[in-house]
Design a protein around this ligand. Structure first.
Ligand SMILES: [Zn+2]
Length: 240
């Protein structure tokens, strides 16, 4: 698929902290890409085991529920596979262990484009403090672009023992950066995005997530005359 006149994408990877992060942030874009034949891999850093306010819920049971819900959302979007790194929700830090786990999947599936969280976002407005797991995963993805997945002798055991040669993606998309520099018109996949979000039953419950999401993506689109849009900061990493 030709993203624009400079960037062609055959394989993409969405790397996020929690089940549902990818649906809120970039699933309109992902649905467009899979329809155009792009092979999309999801990489989930954590098991989602902290996301409940039910005192009778256990971490183990919630992790199972969230896995099932995330797999269902991915299927709605035409995502080829979901890779679970298995870290604990809420305890994620930008460690060498997380960096290596992410670099392993990037080397294995060789995405042309990676989508992830913007690790510079600490808060939005007056009402939202960003989750530390989002910051940690975004930070480790920046490190995977340079140097973890791209440099031969970073984590040399990945190459020597697991046969995973270095890989350098062509592009990195950071979700919800503000200001953003790339706007993807998701008008034709907005309904699919909401269907995927609604798979996360234990998170959205009775909350009208569709109304919330339409308003968010409408606001982003308004900047560019699009009905609904997702916005990114885009790094083009190809050498001239
Ligand atoms: Zn999250």
């Amino acid at each position: 698929m030709q993203f624009d006149d400079q960037l062609a994408i055959e394989r993409a990877m969405v790397i996020v902290a929690h089940p549902d992060d990818a649906e809120f942030g970039s699933s309109g874009t992902v649905a467009l890409w899979t329809r155009a034949g792009v092979e999309v891999t999801y990489v989930l850093a954590t098991n989602g085991a902290s996301g409940s306010s039910d005192p009778n819920m256990t971490r183990e049971r919630l992790a199972g529920i969230r896995k099932t819900e995330q797999e269902a959302a991915a299927a709605v979007l035409g995502v080829a596979r979901v890779v679970w790194l298995g870290f604990e929700d809420g305890y994620l830090e930008p460690t060498l262990e997380l960096r290596k786990s992410i670099a392993r999947e990037v080397r294995r599936y060789k995405p042309d484009a990676i989508i992830t969280s913007d690790p510079t976002i600490r808060w939005w407005g007056e009402g939202y403090i960003n989750h530390p797991d989002h910051i940690a995963v975004g930070e480790c993805v920046l490190r995977t672009v340079n140097p973890d997945a791209s440099s031969g002798l970073m984590f040399p055991e990945l190459w020597r023992e697991e046969g995973l040669a270095p890989h350098k993606p062509k592009a990195l998309f950071l979700v919800n950066s503000d200001p953003a520099d790339v706007f993807v018109d998701i008008t034709e996949t907005m309904d699919t995005k909401i269907k995927a979000l609604e798979c996360h039953v234990c998170q959205v419950g009775d909350w009208p997530v569709g109304d919330f999401m339409r308003e968010r993506n409408r606001q982003r689109g308004a900047e560019k005359g699009m009905q609904y849009a997702e916005a990114y900061k885009l790094f083009r990493l190809e050498e001239d």
